[in-house]
Design a protein around this ligand. Sequence first.
Ligand code: SF4
Ligand code: SF4
Length: 323
Amino acid sequence: MTDQLSKVPQLDGLTSFSDRLKDHQLQLTRGQTSCLQLNTGLLCDLCCRHCHLEAGPKRNEVMGRATMEQVIAHARRASYQAIDITGGAPELVPDLPYLIEQLAPLTPRLMLRTNLTALGRPDKSHLLELFKKHRVVLIASFPATNAGQLEAQRGQGVMDPSLQMLKRLNELGYGVAGSGLQLDLVANPSGAFLPSGQEQAEKKFKRDLGRKWGLEFNQLYIFANMPLGRFLHWLQQSDNLQAYMEKLSGSFNPSTVDGLMCRSQLSVNWDGYLFDCDFNLAAGIPISGNAAHISELHDDPEKESAIAVGEHCYACTAGSGFT
Ligand code: SF4
Ligand code: SF4
C-alpha cells in the first residue's frame, strides 16, 4: 500500500510553486490582515471525500475555553474587519455560543461555515436564534444541486437534511432579499478537474434550488478541490496526482496572486497556533514557516511579512483563482 502523503511533494517535470512565483517576479507577502479565521477543530458529523482537513466524527480536536479566551483577547487588541469561524463542524464545539457572544461585538462581520447537517441536529436548534441575534453571516457548504453528486462527496442521506436546513434558514430570513441575514453557499467539483465559472454556476444553483425546492441564498463561491488531506489521498491512490497537479500548474494565472486570501487573512487552529491560511493549516505549514501562537501575537501580523507556500498553492492560482 502507498504511504499516505500529508502534502504534495515536488513532482517530476513540474516547476515548484515558489519558483513559479520567481519566474514571474512575484513575491507572496502579506497586505493588511483584515480577517481572522478560527478553525475550531476537526470534529465533524460528516466525513467528506474531498475534505482537506480529514475532519470527521472520530476526530477529537476541538477548541477549548482556554484557547477561546486567548483568541478573544487577541481580537480585542487587534481590530479585524471580519472574523470567520470554521471547522470541522463548529456547531459541535461545546463552547461555540460563548465564542459567538464574545466575538460579535468585536467585528463588523462575524461569519460561520456550516455543513448544514450539524446545525440540523436536535441539540443544536438554539444556535439558529443565536446566529440571527448577532447577524452572523452563514457560509454553507453545498457541493451540488444533484443529490447523487452531493451524496457521492458527502455521504448517503446527506441531501435531505441539507435541504431541510436551507428551508429552515430561509424561514428565519437567511438568504432572503431585504432581510439583512446573509446566507452564501460554497461548492466544489466532484473530482480532479477545475470548476466552471462562478457566475454561471451561481445562476444554475439559484435556478435549481428555486425551481425544485423554493430555496433562496445570496452568493455562491466555487473552490477547486485542494490537493491535501482526504482528496490528496484519493488523488494518490487513484493515480491522478500528477495529472491534477499538471492541470493546476498549467492554469497558473499570475494576476490572481495579488488577491489571494492569505494576503489578508490570519488562520488560527483549535489549539491556538497560527497559519497563513486554512490550507497551510491542513498541510502543517506554520505562519511564515515558523511556529507561533495567538497568545504571543499582540497586533495583526506585519505587512510585507512572507507567506509560506507549498505545491497545493497552485489550486488557488489556477484560472481566475479560487480563494
Ligand atoms: S468538508 Fe467540511 S463537512 Fe465535510 S468532513 Fe470536512 S469539515 Fe466536515
Ligand atoms: S494555499 Fe492559497 S491561500 Fe494558502 S498560502 Fe497558498 S496561495 Fe495562499
